[in-house]
Design a protein around this ligand. Structure first.
Ligand code: 4GO
Length: 259
């Protein structure tokens, strides 16, 4: 996959793309990332890429032409003559794992990072295919949001993760939150690893993990659970989790009350 990023802070985006799993994927040529700085396409000696807001008020807006020229260069370099950009903004549709998976299947993305008050609306109308938000909060620029997309999409590329299984086990891959994980030591002052995980019984381990995933999703993200159609086995596992959870909270309440 190739990702072109239009940004006033190319060093930041390139730095993000150099670390960890995605960094290794870039080194191995599984992902190619290029940045385009609208300042390099300015028409004045000040390298201006922004100007004051029509209608008054504080702040500036990114101008159409430096952005349009940056986009044209990204298109030329990537051989996609009419590719539009994805604009990262709080006005966009909220990103989720299903959207990440859809983006990951494409072979080219152009990400547009705004700064200041954002981008001239006419650029969005003409050159943006869609707006995506990484969450309901405001950032000072789109670069961190772009880095989130690059990471989430990059790690799903064929051959990027050591173990193809690990993406399948992620939170959300099956619409559920991930189960708890443990490593050595087995016994610690802060607790003991659940015995099933050291039993060697793979079927029992898989069952325990699914039960924990269902239970955690029920406890923490009932909204996700409501979107799923659980099969009989999943329903039974969740019922088991709920009974155990109920019993434990009752025990904790009774022992904590001093009676
Ligand atoms: C994206 C960009 C938030 C998001 C941004 C988000 N804030 N929630 N800020 O994905 C235009 C100028 C948008 C600053 C940018």
């Amino acid at each position: 996959m190739r990702i072109d990023v239009i940004t006033l802070f190319p060093d930041f985006v390139e730095g993000c793309a150099r670390v960890g799993v995605v960094g290794r994927a870039c080194e191995r040529g599984l992902i190619e990332i290029a940045t385009w700085n609208p300042r390099d396409f300015a028409s004045d000696n000040y390298r201006s890429a922004d100007d004051r807001c029509y209608g008054g008020g504080p702040g500036v807006v990114m101008m159409i032409d430096p952005l349009a020229r940056a986009l044209a260069s990204a298109r030329a370099a990537s051989g996609s003559s009419e590719g539009k950009a994805i604009y990262l903004s709080p006005q966009g549709r909220r990103l989720d794992q299903a959207k990440v998976e859809a983006l990951a299947r494409r072979d080219h993305l152009i990400l547009l990072c705004g700064r200041y008050e954002g981008v001239d609306e006419r650029f969005i109308e003409h050159a943006v295919e869609e707006e995506i938000s990484v969450g309901d909060y405001v950032l000072s620029g789109g670069e961190l949001a772009a880095a989130i997309i690059i990471d989430a999409v990059g790690r799903l590329q064929e051959g990027v993760l050591h173990d193809a299984q690990s993406a399948l086990q992620d939170s959300f891959a099956n619409g559920l939150l991930d189960c708890p994980h443990y490593t050595r030591p087995e016994r610690h002052a802060w607790g003991v690893v659940p015995a099933v995980l050291t039993s060697g019984d793979h079927a029992a381990i898989a069952r325990w993990r699914l039960k924990q995933s269902l239970g955690r999703t029920w406890l923490r993200r009932p909204d996700l659970l409501a979107q799923l159609e659980l099969d009989d086995r999943q329903r039974a596992l969740l019922d088991e989790f709920r009974r155990e959870h109920e019993a434990k909270t009752t025990r904790d309440r009774d022992s904590g009350s001093g009676e």
